[in-house]
Design a protein around this ligand. Structure first.
Ligand SMILES: Cc1ncc(COP(=O)(O)O)c(C=O)c1O
Length: 456
């Protein structure tokens, strides 16, 4: 069973002949923007944390569809649930014909979403970007305000509004004009705080920068929401320090601002809790609104927006919804994913897995000076590579080399961070110990080869 197997390359060259043929056809048929050369991998089938490519190469996946596959590829019960639903109906459009999958999933999410308030309501969209857009709509409808505060390093998607919210403008080349009334504060990146600052001083520094927006950007009374990733994904796998979150929650409360947690990537058991906002709630600073997507559908496109009923019921009819939102195949998948992840304590699995990864990264840091930092929560872990620990200059070329080398040897990795110098760990949470160790061994081998390659 592929589910239990270890990485093994069958072709002499990678990509092999079949993948090469598919990629050639891809390049002829699909816009260049989607035809990158970093990942010459074409899947034939996936099980658990393993991919078999069209040439029979077996690859262990530390990317998991960029945070979509916490439950793993083709989890048998999920496959069964989707097949059963497919036999009944694919679609009905919820605005016209109700279906139980939608209602049951919303009721389940209402119980577990760690937003502020007792009575919670949830509705669905199709993608992470749509969930974030909807969270903003909800905040605007409830507050009657226009401005939004987002953060450096943030990634919220590729729609017009979410391109404007996303920090890296390489995702928005030539795409303006963008919505106005969006203001960006600095995300509290403790590794890159001003030199010599203690954690406490760094947090105060970032909070002062945030408050300055009310002086120089927009009056606080115009701000509908702040949108924060509890663990920044694309920005470099950086957890928001809880003391900072507490202070942000206080600023929001003092000014009638909604706090939105974007749990698109870090939600659904990745962080060691079902939602990372549980850490916030335990610390007394829950968000008002949560947007999540990715692993909630286990690969089926679905996203969710949750908030207390008072907020949700402020949205005028007609303003939210959409043809495919809460599609029956996707809700069937999401309901089964939720059932399994709760039953089998996937959040607990993430903690155990994360500890193992951190222990190995600690060894890497002791051996290889290019490792500047490693950090994370649960099994959402980043390892950051720098040219010098003193200057902390991002070493993106080193990471590109590692990714390429690793893939050719049976490990799929992906970069993150402004300088593409962080490797993200997002392996399916069902990965076996042997697969994890095999992947980490390939990664170490890739680091050793990169050091040789870049040696003066
Ligand atoms: C934190 C976060 N928000 C939003 C998105 C956008 O999600 P999607 O690509 O499903 O639109 C992503 C995608 O990576 C993300 O990581």
């Amino acid at each position: 069973m592929l589910r239990q197997e270890l990485p093994k390359m069958e072709t002499k060259e990678f990509p092999g002949p079949k993948a090469t043929a598919v990629l050639k056809k891809r390049d002829e048929s699909i816009p260049k923007a989607l035809c990158g050369t970093t990942y010459p991998v074409v899947i034939r089938r996936g099980e658990g944390a393993m991919i078999e490519d069209v040439d029979g190469n077996k690859i262990v996946d530390f990317v998991g569809g960029v945070g979509v596959l916490n439950i793993g590829y083709t989890e048998p019960e999920v496959v069964e649930a989707v097949k059963e639903q497919a036999d009944k109906y694919f679609h009905c459009i919820f605005n016209v014909v109700g279906h139980e999958g939608y209602v049951d999933l919303a009721a389940e999410f209402d119980k577990i979403m760690p937003v502020r308030g007792d009575k919670v309501k949830t509705y669905f969209a199709n993608s992470g970007a749509e969930a974030d857009e909807n969270a903003i709509k909800v905040a605007k409808a409830y507050t009657g305000r226009r401005s939004i505060i987002c953060f450096s390093g943030a990634f919220h998607g590729r729609t017009n509004l979410t391109m404007a919210l996303t920090a890296q403008k390489s995702y928005a080349v030539g795409m303006g004009p963008f919505p106005s009334d969006i203001y960006r504060a600095e995300f509290p990146n403790l590794y890159r705080a001003p030199k010599g600052y203690s954690e406490e001083e760094a947090i105060s520094y970032y909070l002062e920068k945030l408050k300055k927006i009310f002086v120089e950007g927009t009056p606080a009374s115009d701000v509908a929401a702040m949108i924060v990733e509890p663990i920044q994904g694309e920005g470099g796998f950086i957890p928001a320090p809880i003391e900072w979150v507490k202070a942000v929650r206080k600023i929001c409360d003092e000014n009638g601002i909604m706090l939105i947690a974007d749990e698109v990537q870090c939600g659904n058991c990745r962080s060691g809790r079902y939602f990372a906002s549980e850490y916030w709630k335990e610390a007394g600073c829950p968000p008002d609104i949560i947007a999540t997507a990715k692993s909630m559908g286990g690969g089926a496109p679905i996203s969710a927006i949750s908030a207390r009923a008072e907020i949700m019921d402020a949205i005028p009819a007609g303003v939210i919804g959409g043809t495919y939102c809460g599609n029956p195949l996707a809700t069937a998948s999401a309901l089964k994913v939720l059932e399994i992840m709760k039953r089998e304590d996937y959040a607990g699995k993430a903690d155990v897995l994360g500890e193992k990864v951190l222990a190995r990264y600690k060894e890497f840091a002791q051996k290889y000076p290019e490792v500047g930092d490693y950090r994370g929560l649960g099994a959402m872990i980043g390892i950051e590579f720098v040219k010098s620990r003193e200057t902390k200059e991002p070493y993106g070329a080193f990471v590109s080399y590692i990714i390429k080398y690793a893939l050719a040897h049976g490990l799929l990795l992906e970069a993150a961070g402004e300088g593409s110098n962080v490797i993200r760990f997002l392996a399916p949470l069902c990965i076996t110990d042997d697969q994890l160790n095999a992947g980490l061994d390939i990664m170490e081998d890739a680091i050793v080869h990169a050091r040789e390659y870049f040696a003066d």
